[in-house]
Ligand binder design. Structure first.
Ligand code: NAP
Length: 450
């Protein structure tokens, strides 16, 4: 059974029966048939379908956004932004995929040599609930434009979103079965991976899920892209525009109720301005209006599941027991977690070493730039980072030394369809988005002619 539960009210919205092994095999066979049709469809037609998808998302954004909020509890205003972002990304790949995947001539000693890009076939995606449309489409849109077909195993708490995305793609007149949702629990993923028709796997989720899936795929010599957790540093130098840093710290840490892979999680702040930074952050945190995520006036919603909120509470409590200081917040009622600030956070505490996937900001101070860089890199994750300073040459030097897939200077860390996105270290490997993202699920074939 896969249940859809409203995390704000606790209401059971819908229950689905997970599909059987026989149904999984049928769907994979259908995907294979669809692949042989889809890969021959010209780019111009793929482009039209993708533009339909973009237009449909814009047109019906309210319906899609409400479903997201209902099922995983993010603010409706944030769900709208998620749908609009998906629509823009569909348009981007609709307009650019053909150029990205056109044959590229390379000068060699031969008469002619070039690279051609061919789809891999049926690709499985295993996706998280935190951006239930964006994460799925971020993988599927470039994969489809490249001629692949997609299977989706979505997180078990967002089955309605999973089914809606499948019907949405179908309604935009893509051929039958180019995108199918598999309503399965995680114990069936191994079965899908071992099917020889499935050629590659894209995972967005926790380090644990990524490692287990990559191990299964590795055994079968199947390619994986892993977009995993993060504990992004937010480095504030003493010459930073503190107002700007605070506004973005609040957005970054509390957006999506703190449940974003690239949320700023560790605030590494110059000792000289630490007290001012904490007091200004606290002033913003305590004023936020909590409540029903469907209401426009609500500024901080609920977490997606109670077990996730309990886990966060345990990480916070352990950190406090190890010497972190509670500045504000710290209380939890079911799925609601108060916006919380911990100061004096140090390596060795869960708030520093682990990913805090909820609205808890961990503040650590530094005295020298070298110390700030060392603290930023003292993490097993390496997804994103941001640096806040008015000294841009210095910021650029720092950016070069940060172990992360992206570093944003004086800017909120967020993905952009035009830039490659992904991690280093335990945050995973491979890239999504941009021109680079579309090459992950293609066979780059070198052809040489004399
Ligand atoms: P999760 O528990 O790892 O789940 C992600 C997906 O993996 C779900 O579909 C889940 O299915 C499946 N899964 C879990 N364990 C599995 C296993 N052993 N074998 C096969 N499949 C398995 O993560 P989450 O709680 O949904 O998402 C939060 C995590 O995702 C955070 O760490 C966050 O940083 C990361 N994330 C990363 C990015 C990025 O771009 N790097 C983006 C968003 C989120 P079930 O739901 O059925 O368990």
């Amino acid at each position: 059974m896969i249940a859809s539960i409203n995390p704000f009210s606790g209401e059971l919205l819908k229950v689905y029966t997970a599909i059987s092994s026989k149904e999984i095999t049928e769907k994979i066979l259908n995907a294979d048939v669809a692949f042989h049709v889809w890969k021959k469809i010209p780019f111009a037609d793929r482009k039209n379908m993708m533009m339909n998808l973009s237009a449909e998302l814009f047109r019906n954004k309210e319906q899609h956004a409400k479903l997201i909020t209902l099922e995983m509890g993010k603010l409706l205003t944030e769900a709208f932004l998620e749908i609009e972002k998906c629509a823009r990304m569909c348009k981007y790949y609709a307009e650019n995929a053909e150029v990205f995947l056109s044959d590229k001539q390379i000068e060699t000693d031969a008469e002619k040599s070039f690279i051609i890009y061919e789809p891999m076939g049926v690709v499985l995606s295993v996706m998280p609930w935190n951006f239930p449309y964006w994460q799925v489409l971020r993988f599927a849109v470039p994969a489809l434009m490249a001629g692949n077909v997609c299977l989706l195993k979505h997180a078990s708490n967002v089955p309605q979103c999973a089914m809606k995305i499948e019907s949405l793609i179908h309604d935009c007149r893509f051929p039958e079965n180019v995108f199918q949702t598999l309503l399965i629990e995680s114990d069936k993923v191994a079965e899908v991976i071992s099917n020889p028709i499935v050629k590659a796997i894209s995972v967005t989720g926790s380090e644990r899920a990524g490692s287990m899936i990559a191990a299964l795929a590795g055994k079968q010599i199947k390619k994986t892209v892993l977009e995993l957790g993060g504990s992004d540093p937010f480095i504030v130098l003493d010459d930073a525009d503190i107002h700007k840093a605070i506004v973005n710290a609040v957005k970054s840490r509390l957006g999506n109720a703190g449940q974003s892979c690239i949320a700023a999680k560790r605030f590494i702040v110059a000792e000289k301005i630490q007290e001012e930074f904490i007091q200004q952050l606290k002033a913003k945190f305590i004023l936020l209006k909590a409540g029903d995520p469907m209401l426009a006036e609500t500024q901080i919603g609920v977490m997606a599941r109670e077990d996730l909120a309990v886990e966060l509470e345990e990480q916070m409590d352990k950190s406090i027991a190890l010497g972190a200081q509670l500045i504000c917040g710290g209380k939890r009622v079911k799925t609601f977690f108060e916006p919380t600030i911990l100061s004096q956070v140090k390596p060795g505490m869960p708030a520093f070493d682990e990913e805090l996937f909820g609205p808890v900001a961990a503040v650590t101070s530094f005295n020298t730039i070298e110390q700030a860089i060392q603290l930023a890199n003292e993490s097993r994750f390496g997804l994103g980072a941001s640096v806040w300073t008015t000294d841009l040459p210095k910021a650029f030097q720092i950016a070069r030394q940060i172990e992360a897939g992206s570093v944003y200077i004086n800017s909120l860390m967020k993905s952009d369809q035009r830039l490659p996105f992904g991690g280093t270290k335990k945050s995973g490997y491979g890239r999504e988005l941009g021109q680079q993202g579309i090459y992950e699920f293609v066979n780059m074939k070198s052809v040489l002619m004399n």
